[in-house]
Design a protein around this ligand. Structure first.
Ligand SMILES: Nc1ncnc2c1ncn2[C@@H]1O[C@H](COP(=O)(O)OP(=O)(O)OP(=O)(O)O)[C@@H](O)[C@H]1O
Ligand SMILES: [Mg+2]
Length: 241
């Protein structure tokens, strides 16, 4: 049984340690994401960003540490329960079923996550990404990489998450679709119905959209704060390749 504790954060990650195949990958990662905010988790390749997200979703077990959503400890819950509790995750790369239609892609998994088709949410997805409505009957695999990313985000939104988790949504995507995804994140932020955890290496995208940031370096947080505090010195030390 989990005990609710008061917290001003939507989600709080504390001292999270994770190993893969006997090697420690995360060495005590901690951060808090405020209600209705966009939080950017940044860092160079291989520092543990995706591992952090997988651990949040329960796809990797924690060696130690806690994850608290709305005051409730969720780090022992299986992935499906975390999804029901309000986490929606769009993994790095393309996460769609290429042989199913766009419409089937949107609805598959909703039931498993305990969610129902909701006209208001579907209309909102069509507003955010008009291409989804246009291509409803097309096979997912026929969409461009960027459109597949939009479909994966749309599917996550249909579960009405408390926290939307996006792993490098701009990676390998053409600039006009990056702009559309950025606009969608802005709209979601303005609506204020969820917090967003964005893993990104594209600095301008983070600067434009993020309220707060944390930077990972070799499995721990080396810098964090409000986006306005992300100095050129920090960028040079921990982000520039
Ligand atoms: N399945 C795995 N088996 C062994 N090592 C792994 C595995 N997954 C990740 N790692 C290692 O864990 C470290 C962190 O990987 P992770 O994918 O979390 O990095 P990342 O910050 O998301 O990088 P990128 O920016 O390239 O996506 C890396 O050193 C990686 O090699
Ligand atoms: Mg990654």
């Amino acid at each position: 049984m989990s005990v609710a504790t008061p917290t001003s954060e939507k989600i709080l990650v504390d001292n999270m340690r994770v190993s893969i195949g006997g090697s420690t990958i995360l060495r005590g990662v901690g951060f808090g994401i405020r209600e209705k905010s966009v939080f950017c988790l940044m860092g160079r390749n291989g520092v543990g960003k995706s591992t952090t997200l997988k651990a949040l979703m329960g796809l990797l077990p924690l060696d130690s540490g806690t994850i608290t959503l709305d005051g409730e400890k969720i780090h022992r819950m299986p992935t499906a329960l975390r999804a029901r509790a309000g986490l929606a995750y769009v993994p790095q790369g393309r996460d769609i079923f290429p042989h199913l239609s766009v419409e089937e892609n949107l609805y598959i998994g909703l039931k498993a996550r305990g969610a129902k088709k909701d006209k208001e949410e579907i209309d909102r997805v069509f507003t955010l990404f008009p291409i989804i409505r246009e291509f409803l009957n097309r096979k997912g695999g026929m969409l461009s990489g960027g459109q597949q990313q939009q479909l994966a985000i749309s599917r996550a939104l249909l579960t009405k998450p408390k926290l939307l988790i996006l792993d490098e949504p701009t990676e390998g995507i053409q600039p006009n679709i990056i702009d559309q995804i950025g606009d969608a994140i802005k709209m979601l932020r303005e609506e204020g119905k969820m917090a967003i955890l964005l893993v990104e290496q594209y600095l301008d995208f983070c600067r434009e959209l993020g309220d707060d940031f944390a930077i990972l370096d070799r499995g721990s947080v080396c810098a964090s704060g409000q986006m306005g505090d992300l100095s050129d010195g920090i960028v040079k030390e921990f982000l520039t390749v």
